[in-house]
Write a protein of this length. Structure first.
Ligand code: PLP
Length: 422
């Protein structure tokens, strides 16, 4: 009895000091490093409170007011609120907030309108597409025939004429718009025109740009798409999780596909956190955030170009950019590693028509959502560009790396993160 109570009330540091110590180290890393991974962000404490809450104890298979378990009277209201807020935020007819991840959200949309053996047309993975758009080892390639479009070799922007001609040639059931590494605005109306031309469904995967869409800093794909899928953890600044939006017409089929089709019980802590995320993203201050994300990316891009770096497509319209490192005789893999040592976190990324292998690459992807959340603005983007350039210009110089690491920790300290913790 006493043991039971002690266990139930004991802190993480008492129960598992190893995991506690590593979590503390990770907090320190997040505070002292400059986070430029384009798909990452820092969530508000309120979002974390949901995720660390007693909601984790509850099963709630099914949908609000049609749950398969007792005791759902409060959690189903949480889910209802999340659904209503998602619909309102993006102007959608229907929302499903249960998908555990962006990949699962895409699976749900695909399964709702495609049968095994059908054809889908999506962006090439080595030119910006996501694994769930047709990687050879992904379920998409096992179940569907995947055809891929890319970017124009000269402009490095989506080749909409190629999208149209591939659509006419292969007559896919689904066309996917959206990317993980594409620095330019996406023309959803143009995608929809191609889809309508051949009677295909347009699924827009806005995982990366959802925060920009919510904040009015990117066109909204909703009016043009049959389905819109998204994660919540990227520019939208919510928990790790996802959702699918669609018109009323597909609501029932989509819901059935998510549960019981591909998932069991929903993750209620994540759903509560999504509700909080949607609330925050609908406030006027989030518009300021989204605008600043775009301004910061533009400032960082300009500062890198000013230091002689080539950017894929010549710049950025959104929250991210791709640096072409070939002129510096550095691979993406090597650059990622030395920047990490210098306190700057980025990820290597293929550039269009990359001569290097996917695990090596010739590019780096830099993004502004996380540093913008910390409160950094254009002057800090200049400091970061200077630091990145210093490190990449002297990749062998341990002195430079350690000096930059100190400067980045100071910069981090000037923009405190989670001060109420520890
Ligand atoms: C991040 C991302 C996803 C997948 O998200 P996970 O939650 O990691 O499964 C899907 N599509 C695009 C375009 C993404 O960038």
């Amino acid at each position: 009895m006493a043991y039971f109570n002690e266990l139930m009330e004991a802190s993480l540091s008492a129960v598992d000091p190893d995991i506690k110590a590593l979590t503390d180290k990770e907090l320190d890393r997040q505070r002292t490093h400059i986070e430029l991974i384009a798909s990452e962000n820092f969530v508000p404490r309120a979002v974390m409170e949901c995720q660390g809450s007693i909601l984790t104890n509850k099963y709630a298979e099914g949908y609000p007011h049609k749950k398969y378990y007792g005791g759902c009277e409060f959690v189903e209201v949480i889910e209802e609120i999340a659904i209503e807020r998602a619909k309102k935020l993006f102007g959608a007819g229907h929302a499903n907030v249960q998908p555990h991840s962006g990949t699962t959200a895409n699976q749900a949309a695909y399964f709702t309108v495609m049968k095994p053996g059908d054809t889908m047309l999506a962006m090439k993975l080595d030119q910006g597409g996501h694994l769930s758009h047709g990687h050879p080892l992904n379920f998409t390639s096992m179940i569907y025939k995947v055809v891929s479009y890319g970017v124009n070799r000269d402009t490095e922007m989506i080749d909409y004429d190629e999208v149209a001609s591939l659509a006419r040639e292969y007559r896919p059931k689904v066309i996917v718009a959206g990317a993980s590494a594409y620095p330019r605005r996406i023309d959803f109306a143009r995608f929809r025109a191609v889809a309508d031309d051949i009677g295909a469904y347009l699924i827009t995967d806005m995982a990366h740009i959802a925060g920009l869409v919510a904040g009015g800093a990117h066109d909204n794909p909703i009016p043009h798409s049959h389905f819109v899928t998204s994660t919540t953890q990227k520019s939208l600044r919510g928990p790790r999780g996802a959702f699918v939006l669609c018109t009323e017409e597909f609501a029932k089929d989509l819901d059935r596909t998510v549960f019981p089709g591909i998932q069991g019980g929903p993750l209620l802590p994540a759903i509560a956190a999504k509700a909080v995320c949607f609330k925050l993203a609908s406030e006027p201050s989030f518009e300021d955030y989204a605008r600043q994300v775009v301004r910061n990316a533009a400032a960082l891009a300009k500062a890198m170009q000013g230091r002689g770096y080539r950017l894929v497509s010549g710049g950025t319209d959104n929250h991210m950019m791709l640096l072409d490192l070939r002129s510096r005789s550095l691979t993406g893999k090597a650059a990622e590693k030395i920047l990490e040592e210098a306190g700057i976190t980025v990820n290597k990324n293929a550039i269009p028509f990359d001569p290097e292998k996917p695990m090596v690459t010739s590019g780096l992807r830099l993004g502004s959502p996380a540093v913008t959340t910390r409160g950094m603005k254009e002057p800090e983007m200049e400091l970061i560009a200077e630091a990145v350039d210093e490190v990449l210009s002297s990749p062998e110089d341990k002195g430079v790396i350690s000096k930059v690491r100190g400067r980045m920790a100071e910069l981090g300290a000037a923009f405190p993160l989670y001060e109420s913790m520890k």
